[in-house]
Design a binder for this molecule. Structure first.
Ligand code: SAH
Length: 405
């Protein structure tokens, strides 16, 4: 088989190897609009505050019951009306029937890293599988303790990134707001039971599980609003603790900029030049690096929140020091304030993948180049490796083992 010849000099002026990643003709399509199917029935969490009051009134109950129910949900993290002893038994049954369909069924739970990383595999209404990963970081001399939950926003993903196991599995469906939020409620409940010693509540939420959150914008935005709404109508978290990660759907980044929620935007860049990024992130064929970084810069300027540039280091693919310099220039020319922070992720090889993590010396040279340009940079620690809880690997095994569709 022949592969298309690559230009020695690319339009960006980079003279760097670009290895063809997908076999010609084997590329997957990018799917922004996910199939409409098997969403769960509407849940209490999906309703607005006013709709919740209307809902109880329609059941012939006094309006104050709405607040009482929301307290059980968002303050006590209890989604089973049968446990709510301050409601008459008949009312519990009625409420359960009308507004509390089962959202997430636990299929399995695994932990590693001395119990500080917990991955839960969930089955959704209709049979799709998704995962969330809880990571507790005890306090250090420099940082206070934090408990981060990595959540899914879609069953599968339509972005088709060739290095990501989820991306290679295709999209099944969007998740409902209630399904997104229920992952956090379940994690808080688990933490309350003392399952992770030293951890109190979820302090940070990252949309870095399965799915492309910006392709499920409406549900994700409603979930974010529920995370930050004060109790009892929401979880009462700080918007600063929420990170939304995207391959770069520019119109949605612009829409989020307008929302005025001071959450963190993470852009999965992985390459600073269109030639390589077109291959690593197929969505780049539509939304190019320059326009994406402009949108990210605008987000930082408007919200005052530093953008996180995600960059998975792949051996001999995107890890050359020259590319680090191109990345640094791309960031610097948009502003000399530290509007962006680069988060390097050692590639987590997916089963059967032909890429692997960078050599330590290449990673060090990449970091050193960014530091020379005074770009804030960190290398992400890779949690959950032994339980397939690491980036890009979620739920693939569950599907293979026949516990979901
Ligand atoms: N769709 C969103 C969020 C989910 S993925 C996005 O792409 O941003 C979260 C992060 O994990 C992304 O930066 C993604 O590129 C990265 N990732 C996916 N597969 C990976 C792998 N095998 N190794 C390391 N990082 C990976």
């Amino acid at each position: 088989m022949t592969t298309d010849p690559r230009p020695a000099t690319s339009p960006s002026g980079l003279v760097l190897p670009i290895t063809p990643l997908a076999e010609p003709g084997k590329e997957m399509p990018v799917v922004v609009r996910s199939p409409r199917r098997t969403k769960p029935p509407k849940h209490w969490i999906d309703l607005s505050i006013e709709e919740r009051v209307d809902a109880v009134k329609e059941m012939g109950l006094p309006g104050f019951r709405a607040k009482q129910i929301s307290e059980h949900v968002f303050v006590h993290h209890d989604l089973d009306p049968q446990n709510w002893t301050d409601l008459p038994k008949a009312v519990r049954g009625q409420v359960a029937e009308a507004w509390f369909p089962e959202l997430l069924t636990e299929v399995s739970r695994q932990s590693c890293d001395n119990g500080t990383t917990v991955k839960t595999l969930w089955r959704l209404h209709g049979g799709s599988l998704v995962e969330s990963v809880l990571m507790h970081y005890p306090a250090t001399r420099h940082n206070s303790a934090r408990t981060t939950l990595c959540i899914s926003s879609q069953a599968g993903c339509g972005m088709a990134c060739p290095f990501c196991a989820t991306g290679q599995g295709g999209i099944q469906r969007n998740m409902a707001t209630s399904e997104i939020v229920a992952q956090v409620l379940a994690a808080d409940r688990l933490l309350e039971s003392g399952a992770v010693p030293g951890a109190g509540r979820v302090s940070n939420i990252v949309f870095m599980g399965m799915g492309e959150p910006m392709a499920n914008y409406k549900a994700v935005l409603a979930a974010m609003r529920t995370f930050i709404a004060p109790a009892p109508h929401g979880i009462g978290m700080s918007a600063r603790g929420i990170t939304i990660s995207t391959v770069g759907l520019i119109p949605r980044i612009k829409a989020l900029t307008e929302e005025g929620i001071p959450a963190t935007l993470a852009v999965s860049l992985h390459a600073p030049d269109d030639e390589l990024r077109d291959e690593l992130i197929p969505a780049n064929k539509r939304w190019k690096v320059d326009a994406l970084l402009d949108a990210a810069w605008e987000y930082a300027r408007t919200t005052g929140r530093r953008v996180s540039i995600e960059y998975a280091l792949m051996r001999d693919i995107n890890d050359q020091a020259d590319r680090a310099a191109v990345l640094a220039r791309q960031i610097r020319r948009r502003g000399d304030w530290t509007w962006a922070h680069v988060n390097l992720i050692p590639l987590n090889p997916t089963p059967g993948s032909r890429w692997t993590a960078s050599r330590p010396e290449d990673q060090d040279a990449f970091v050193a180049t960014l530091e020379r340009w005074k770009i804030p940079v960190t290398v992400r620690d890779t949690r959950g490796k032994e339980i397939d809880g690491a980036c890009g690997q979620l739920a693939a095994r569950g599907r293979a083992e026949g516990v979901g569709v």
